[in-house]
Ligand binder design. Sequence first.
Ligand code: PHE
Length: 448
Amino acid sequence: MTQNNREVFGSRFAAIATTVGSAVGLGNIWRFPYEAGQNGGGAFMLCYLAFIFMLGVPLLCAEYSMGRATRSNIFGAYRRLAPRRKWYLAGYIGILSSILILSFYSVVAGWTIEYCVSSMTGSLDFSDTETGHLQFLTLTTGWRPVLWTVLFLLCNTFVMLGGVTKGIERASNILMPLLFVLLIAFCVNSLTLPWRDQGLSFLFSADFSKITPSVLLSALGQAFFSLSLGLGCMLTYASYFSNNTRLGRTAFVTASLDSLVAILAGVIIFPAVFSFGISPESGPMLVFEVLPYIFSQLPAGVLWSTLFFLLLFLASLTSTVSMSEISIAFFTEEKKMSRRKATLVSSAIALTGGLFCALSFGPLSDFTIFGRTFFNFFDYFSSNICLPLGGMICCLFVGWKMDRALLKSELTNGGKHRFALLRLLVFFLRWICPVAIGLIFLNCIGII
Ligand code: PHE
């Protein structure tokens, strides 16, 4: 379907399914549990949810409005709405973060392919925690992950070459509901585990003394990462929304479903973490060590495990497709490249970054930037610094600079519907979001 000479998503369901497809991925199922585990459980969860609804939803509305109003990539959007070049900074931050994220994300997505294949061939052995840990190390260190990272990026390139609406729309419409059903089934299973109460209380009871500046920054980074915010990803997707898509509603539904999936992942993982005696602070390997145990307890575990890692791989793909779209839209619309060339250039850049990240568990593990391996640095710097910074610029821009009538017209679909919260939204975009992000940054570098 086309509108204003640009391809648009076919239906309202497709708009929600694709933005949820971008938001739901490894961020919810892999990153949320490990960040929560390292940052005090309940305290982290509380801050995370507060940031999702108080900062994430307004920012989603802002990105959606800019994207659909301009029907353009992030640079084009800022250029059309405000000719001052200083705002382009948000565009550069967006492209940089999308490349950094795609690099380390492809490594983890590569692990999911490897776990899926190993489950299918029956070579995963999780008879005890020690074996599970060793197995993770064997699968992820050395040169092996390079192979899986490359394979994942090839799949991503393949989807991208298929065009926006066709490839993405078809995949997300079928896969997201299926993943959701599977997660609910695993949750029910985790609630029967012996250390269920310890797991749930770790996740849900907040000890306020654990809220430190670094916990706040991590929760902020996680909220933005999980909602794919701050880098122009949702902005670019909204440029393909039809004129009938209701932006406020889509923002709220996206944020609710996304946080629901993260909570479900927590409910699956933490009872198991305590029941199997694994440390919640294990870091990026947490989920990959815990899940196979859960499967080994289930009847037909091999089948569940294969299916789950397959769906996780596909959920990662719908997220990386949205990340890649940022740089591809930039190269095609700003640099006038063909879509094919733009896709190949973006993939080559991500592949280079991906190789460094893939090797940072093995041959490059001693190579650090500010005390972190490539993988950890790419993850920390993009999620905790670039995304909140990009988000802050977008809030300030939409709150203070964007024409109010245009913003209103986007949120009401040209006056067809009411959007009662406009003044509140503008207040949040002008004051609450930038000040909160600014205070967290200052707090972290020890200035206040
Ligand atoms: N939100 C995605 C996830 O949770 C990751 C992502 C980040 C996607 C940034 C696009 C842009 O997995």
